[in-house]
Design a protein around this ligand. Structure first.
Ligand SMILES: Cc1cc2nc3c(=O)[nH]c(=O)nc-3n(C[C@H](O)[C@H](O)[C@H](O)COP(=O)(O)OP(=O)(O)OC[C@H]3O[C@@H](n4cnc5c(N)ncnc54)[C@H](O)[C@@H]3O)c2cc1C
Length: 462
């Protein structure tokens, strides 16, 4: 039984909604993307302003309560919710202001990438965002932020102009290249460790219409398709942000008959440049095989940002493993095909993101807290299933798969794609040097580790 927290002191000044266990809406508000996470906070504070956030930060700190922060709840480790403590829920803070002349957009911290894309599309603009529309701006950006414009314009953090932040002591500050530079550095890749961001301002880019889609092949030819895709990626221009994926199409009438329920390997993404040039660039990828389906077409960027949503429906049980790859050797491809041939769930997706020779590497490694800009591929297993009775076999399969990829893995991973791997996992993801700098900044901005429901960097005092 979760104890409801006494919010007498908070109620009169708080502008949003306070949800206690047994309140209507409490159960919906404590649900996150990953159905493995079932936590019962003592209070969910749905904030509507930075002032609300300050009140709840002070409330939690003064009472030494466990505190978590939620935007869209996509973090697979479930850090957005906690047991017994307080959730600062930002999902009602969705104001978006586009400055078309400056090509920038200021968004409140509860917006999703789909909402930002929809606000920018009428201006022929896009922010770098994520690969799906429903992920939250906050968690994605603070960890780095990979999306369909990453190879052309970099990570979300590379386009972050400024952030408004509530610190652990309740102060409100700005972070940008000219103000609180050390905080600005830490926010760009260091996750939710340093404060609660209440708004972000991003550089946006022209991207009205793009060429988006995938080519689909039968799983039986996975190894030859992945090898061809790897060669294709070696010379792909920055306008093209692409991935390869292994998955099952759903068994529903919306899927074209030949693909219904079928296990496939696919390659695709977004070409954000002149359509004619894009057709030329994509021609070899589209000709190879040939594919059983070629779903590339010209579309508004807002449609491209939604095209992968179907692969990750909410409400499933999830267990993810991820690491960067030094390269994608034939032996690695063979391991991927072998494991996917015996994947225990038709909801599981394996992703290879191509990140090399792109705008990501144009930003110096030391410029932000994000690590490991140099790796050409990011490998991600999103193991997902619907029946709790299948948890053991799906988790075991994902672990064994990840272990088998060990010889090809870089000793580094993207913090937004990993589960709760403890302090060792966080240190390994950042590497010793960046971890040490982050830990020193943590001691400056959050000495008591109030913000610890995250890929946690523990404070290091000199
Ligand atoms: C289906 C799916 C698709 C994904 N696609 C992508 C993708 O395309 N690119 C990519 O880079 N990543 C992607 N991710 C990973 C994603 O970036 C992380 O899961 C991220 O944490 C999600 O952000 P959120 O705000 O929705 O998460 P939440 O679960 O709401 O928050 C996650 C954590 O971020 C911190 N946090 C949230 N809001 C704030 C804030 N305002 N201030 C300070 N800290 C805060 C907290 O520590 C919180 O626990 C995807 C995840 C899923 C499940």
């Amino acid at each position: 039984m979760t104890t409801a927290l006494d919010t007498h002191d908070l109620k009169s000044r708080f502008g949003g909604k306070l949800l206690h266990p047994n309140d209507r809406g409490y159960d919906a508000a404590r649900k996150v993307f990953n159905a493995m996470i079932d936590r019962r906070p003592g209070l969910i504070a749905q904030c509507t302003s930075p002032e609300d956030v300050v009140l709840v930060v002070n409330f939690a700190r003064e009472r030494r309560l466990l505190l978590s922060v939620r935007c869209a709840g996509h973090n697979v480790a479930g850090f957005a919710v906690c047991n017994e403590g307080v959730v600062i829920d930002l999902s009602l803070m969705k104001h978006i202001a586009v400055n078309a002349a400056a090509r920038s957009v200021r968004v409140e911290a509860g917006t999703t990438w789909g909402e930002i894309t929809d606000a920018l599309q009428p201006h022929g603009l896009a922010a770098t965002g994520g690969y799906v529309s429903v992920t939250g701006v906050s968690g994605l950006t603070l960890g780095g932020g990979l999306g369909w414009l990453a190879r052309k314009h970099g990570l979300a953090i590379d386009n972050l102009l400024s952030a408004e932040v509530v610190l652990a002591d309740g102060r409100r500050v700005n972070a940008s290249a000219g103000e609180n530079e050390d905080l600005y550095w830490a926010l760009r890749g260091g996750g939710g460790n340093f404060g609660i961001v209440t708004s972000f301002t991003f550089q946006a880019h022209p991207a009205g219409t793009v060429l988006g889609g995938i080519v689909v092949h039968p799983f039986a030819v996975a190894t030859s398709v992945l090898r061809r895709w790897r060669e294709f990626e070696e010379t792909a221009p920055e306008e093209l942000t692409e991935g390869a994926m292994l998955f099952h199409f759903g068994n529903d009438p919306a899927v074209p008959a030949p693909l219904r329920g079928v296990k496939v390997v696919a390659a695709g993404g977004v070409y954000a440049g002149a359509a004619e040039e894009g057709e030329k660039v994509l021609a070899p990828l589209r000709a190879f095989g040939p594919p059983v389906a070629d779903l590339f077409q010209s579309m508004p960027y807002s449609a491209a940002q939604r095209m992968a949503d179907f692969l990750w429906p909410p409400g499933l049980l999830n267990y993810w493993k991820s690491c960067f790859l030094e390269d994608l050797s034939d032996a690695a491809i063979q391991v991927i095909a072998d494991f996917f041939s015996r994947v225990p769930s038709a909801h599981t997706v394996v992703v290879l993101e191509s990140l090399g020779h792109s705008a990501i590497q144009r930003v110096p490694e030391a410029a932000t807290a994000f690590v490991n800009r140099r790796y050409p591929f990011n490998f991600l297993v999103t193991s997902a299933w619907s029946d709790a009775a299948d948890t053991g076999k799906n988790v075991l399969w994902a672990r064994q798969f990840f272990e088998a990829m060990g010889p090809f893995a870089a000793k580094a991973s993207y913090v937004n794609y990993i589960g709760d791997e403890g302090v060792d996992g966080v240190r390994a993801a950042y590497g010793d040097e960046k971890f040490a700098r982050l830990a020193a900044l943590k001691a400056k901005f959050d000495p008591t580790n109030l913000f610890r429901m995250n890929q946690n960097v523990t404070p290091a005092f000199r």
